[in-house]
Structures are given as structure tokens and as C-alpha cells.
Unconditional design. Structure first.
Length: 289
């Protein structure tokens, strides 16, 4: 049986040290400020990215194109590996479809190669949590097919809850109306959102005030953790340059659920473009979303 590698996208928001340690290939979703494109070789520190957004610079984003995907896949196939690629939600990006195109081309050109692209239906460290589970299974000796079955059977158990600090970024992305953004901002309304079973960002509630919105994330965890209450070996939290708020949520999770293994990391620019500075997102295994 051939050895295999796991790959994913920059949108999984996994720590660079973890990616390197586990030999995970990363497909880059690029972004731009004006005419300057950032990504693989031209990297902007996350804090600088969110500071530019705070100062009014509005970035644009683009998916990983099929040729870039093909280059990454082909290199690994030539090294003798099969590949399991866990992709950013197809409802939020064309990256999944582009990876499928690339995988099919490589397999046509390299008979015997095997590349399986899985639509995570997830975003940010929700996608990252699926990758983490896959990597842990690989370490324990599970086969590529066993991991694929697990991911497909349990990806809808990866619960995403998040809140944003500025409704105007959601308005720019078409998630709320202009009226909602204006009135909500004036009234200090903070939305609570999640990723649904189709992998889309959905507004599911609202509260007044920042602290209440952070507490609401953990309240929803209480509601949706279900039979996974004692099965979460790790919880992920991502943030849009608001570490103290992410740590506040981590403290609540530890207090309520007794979970000590909590990873906190930045939201990548691709997702941060649409959610904005001040976003806090909480990811865990629970009952279907």
C-alpha cells in the first residue's frame, strides 16, 4: 500500500509549526490590496493585514487556481505519494472545484496515482479541525480510505460559531443588508453566525454588546455539543487580531467543559477579508450543525 499525504488550504488556519511538523501541503488562496497580490512568496503579517482593514483598506480575495493545485499534486505524485486533500467549503470558494479539476488532470497524466479531494463544508479552524482529526488518524495507522470515510461521516459534526465586531464587512460580503449594518452598528448589535450543512455562512442570532456576543458563542457550544461533551480532545478558536477576546472565550470553554487543550490562531486574510477585524470563532465536535 502506497504512503499518502494530507493537504489542505490556507483557510484551515492551522499553526505553521503544526503544518510543518506533520508535512501538510498547503494550497494558497491569494488576496490583494489594490494591485499588489499577497500569498505564497509575498506574505503580510496578520496584524498588519487587519490594521490595514481597520484603516479603511479593503482587500480582495481569489481562490487557489487549478494550475497551482496541479503543481502541488504533481510534485507529490512524482514522489510516490497518494494524496488526501481536505478543501475549503465549496459554498464559500471555487477552491474545491479547482482542486478536483487539478486532481483529475494529474491522475489522467499519471496512471496509478490516487488523489481524493473532500469538500470539508467547513471554514477557518473548522476546516483545520477536520484536518487535525485526519492527521491524528493517520498517525494511529488508519488507512486513507478509513480517514476519508471518517471525514465524510463526521464533517457535519464540526460545529462553527462565530461573531464579528463590525457588521459593515458582512454587508460588503452580502451577508447582511445595508440597513441592518447601519442600524446594528448604531445599536451596538453583534451577530452570531454559523456554517450550515451546506457549508454556507448563516446569521442565526444577535445580541447587544461585545462581551455578550462572546459568551453567546460558548452558550451555543452548550446547546450543540450533545453526545460529544466528553469526547472533545481539542477545541479550536480563531480570531481577527483580537487575542484577548479569543482568550476570554477559551477561559469560558475551560470553565464550563473542563477542556484544557485549546488552540488559538489568527483568521487568515481570505476569511478575514469578509469577516473583518474583531472576529472570534469557536470550533468543536458536536451534534449535527
Amino acid at each position: 500500500m502506497k504512503d499518502f499525504l494530507i493537504s489542505t488550504d490556507t483557510t484551515a488556519d492551522l499553526p505553521a509549526s503544526y503544518v510543518k511538523e506533520n508535512n501538510i501541503d498547503i494550497h494558497t488562496l491569494f488576496y490583494a490590496f489594490g494591485e499588489v497580490i499577497y500569498g505564497t512568496d509575498n506574505i503580510m503579517p496578520e496584524k498588519e493585514f487587519f490594521d490595514r482593514m481597520r484603516n479603511g483598506d479593503m482587500p480582495t480575495t481569489m481562490a487557489c487556481n487549478p494550475q497551482d493545485c496541479k503543481t502541488i499534486f504533481e510534485k507529490r505524485v512524482n514522489e510516490g505519494f497518494d494524496i488526501l486533500h481536505i478543501a475549503f467549503s465549496s459554498a464559500l470558494s471555487s477552491s474545491y472545484n479547482n482542486a478536483c479539476i487539478a486532481a483529475n488532470e494529474v491522475m489522467e497524466e499519471h496512471p496509478g496515482a490516487r488523489i481524493v479531494v473532500v469538500d470539508s463544508l467547513a471554514a477557518s479552524m473548522g476546516e483545520g479541525l477536520i484536518v487535525y482529526k485526519a492527521v491524528e488518524m493517520k498517525k494511529s495507522g488508519k488507512s486513507m480510505d478509513e480517514i476519508i470515510d471518517f471525514v465524510n461521516n463526521h464533517k457535519l459534526n464540526v460545529v462553527h460559531n462565530f461573531t464579528v465586531d463590525d457588521l459593515n464587512h458582512l454587508y460588503r460580503g452580502g451577508r447582511v443588508s445595508k440597513t441592518t449594518a447601519i442600524i446594528g452598528t448604531l445599536a451596538n448589535i453583534k451577530p452570531i453566525l454559523h456554517v450550515d450543512n451546506e457549508g454556507r455562512l448563516i446569521n442565526i442570532g444577535k445580541v447587544r454588546g461585545r462581551k455578550k456576543s462572546l459568551i453567546a458563542l460558548v452558550d451555543r457550544m452548550e446547546e450543540h455539543i450533545g453526545s460529544y461533551r466528553d469526547k472533545n480532545d481539542v477545541v479550536f478558536i480563531s480570531h481577527g487580531d483580537c487575542l484577548q477576546d479569543a482568550q476570554f472565550v477559551a477561559g469560558l470553554v475551560k470553565e464550563r467543559f473542563g477542556i484544557d487543550n485549546i488552540w488559538i490562531n489568527y483568521i487568515c486574510p481570505t476569511i478575514g477579508t469578509h469577516s473583518g477585524p474583531g472576529t472570534v470563532a469557536l470550533f468543536f465536535m458536536g451534534e449535527p450543525r
